[in-house]
Design a protein around this ligand. Structure first.
Ligand SMILES: Cc1cc2nc3c(=O)[nH]c(=O)nc-3n(C[C@H](O)[C@H](O)[C@H](O)COP(=O)(O)O)c2cc1C
Length: 311
């Protein structure tokens, strides 16, 4: 008999890429994967998304860059990363030893920055997909500006799609009035899949100093506090587009991951929970496996978008 952990019922496909299960470490909370090699069995993980990679290395914002809030955290890291070249030369050869899907998360301050980063990453061996971060709230230009403007987002998607050697996921911002509208424009421009949500812009104030608790002022809220917003947005986007969705925002248990899948996500990403429970991805995989087994679900894909209303 197959070990339940090795069974194929958790397999999912995203843009033609097969994942052994739908559990993926979220960008910015999972380093370059290698940081988790001693903490979890990376070979059991569906995949992970790297910290946002830019054409050149970035130092990020000055500290304090992270503060804890009720049910979550605010961050304003500002896209610190080793740069696309160092990633393919120093990190990828080590990551390739593991049997897990690597998603390269890409960031730029302009369309040309994104294109330059993707053309460098195209040379790397072992990347399954790209995830375009057009939704980071912690930088003053680039990403977020593009992600809030459907025409700019569509234009960038089209340009990247043209040069990309890999399927393209575009990551959506929740800090918009109508996420379904932006999702449609990006899919029409050629995105193969969408991921959502990035962090929700927030602020926290130290009442003794009357200063923001983050040096940057505002930050991106993540963790369980944002989960209902994220589930609602996945539901709205699933109704608007046909491409696969990768849902995230506050997932800390299998139950949470299931909410996203029932709302319409083919896979899920887990971010903030890794900080307080580095083994959370393994627990979610086990929980999904039990859920399927207990309900005799042969393929987890059968629950994707299965939400039904009481009337
Ligand atoms: C410290 C930190 C850094 C992040 N960096 C990135 C990043 O580089 N690129 C990106 O697309 N998303 C980034 N994110 C957003 C997460 O990938 C995820 O979309 C968000 O945190 C919601 O999921 P969660 O509540 O499970 O953390 C970051 C989040 C955190 C907390």
């Amino acid at each position: 008999m197959l070990d339940p952990v090795q069974s194929s019922r958790l397999e999912v496909q995203i843009a033609g890429v097969q994942f052994k299960n739908p559990v993926i470490g979220a960008s910015g909370t999972f380093g370059y994967g290698l940081e988790f090699a001693d903490l979890i069995d990376l070979d059991r993980l569906g995949g992970f998304s790297t910290k946002g990679l830019s054409a050149r290395p970035l130092a990020g914002n000055p500290p304090p860059r992270i503060v804890e809030t009720h049910g979550g955290m605010l961050n304003a890291i500002g896209l610190q990363n080793v740069g696309a070249r160092a990633f393919i030369e120093d990190k990828l050869p080590l990551i390739r030893k593991y049997d897990t899907r690597v998603i390269a998360n890409v960031f730029g301050y302009s369309d040309d920055d994104y294109l330059e980063a993707v053309s460098i990453l195209n040379e790397g061996d072992g990347i399954a997909l790209y995830e375009l971060n057009i939704s980071c709230p912690n930088v003053k230009e680039g990403g977020i500006v593009i992600g809030n403007d459907e025409r700019a987002a569509a234009r960038l998607t089209e340009k990247v799609k043209r040069i990309s050697h890999r399927p393209l996921i575009v990551k959506l911002s929740p800090n918009v009035a109508d996420i379904a509208r932006i999702a449609r424009a990006i899919v029409q421009a050629g995105a193969d899949a969408l991921s959502l949500i990035n962090t929700v812009v927030g602020m926290s104030i130290d009442v003794n100093t009357c200063k923001p608790r983050l040096n940057y002022g505002t930050g991106g809220l993540s963790g369980p506090a944002i989960r209902p917003i994220a589930v609602r947005m996945v539901y709205e986007v699933a109704a608007a587009v046909k491409v696969p969705l990768l849902g995230m925002g506050g997932i800390a248990a299998a139950q949470d991951a299931l909410e996203f899948m029932i709302a319409g996500a083919t896979a899920v990403q887990i971010g903030t929970a890794n900080y307080y429970d580095p083994r959370v991805t393994m627990k979610v995989i086990d929980g999904l496996e039990s859920y399927c087994r207990d309900r005799s679900i042969e393929q987890i894909t059968s629950i994707v978008g299965s939400l039904s209303f009481p009337h």
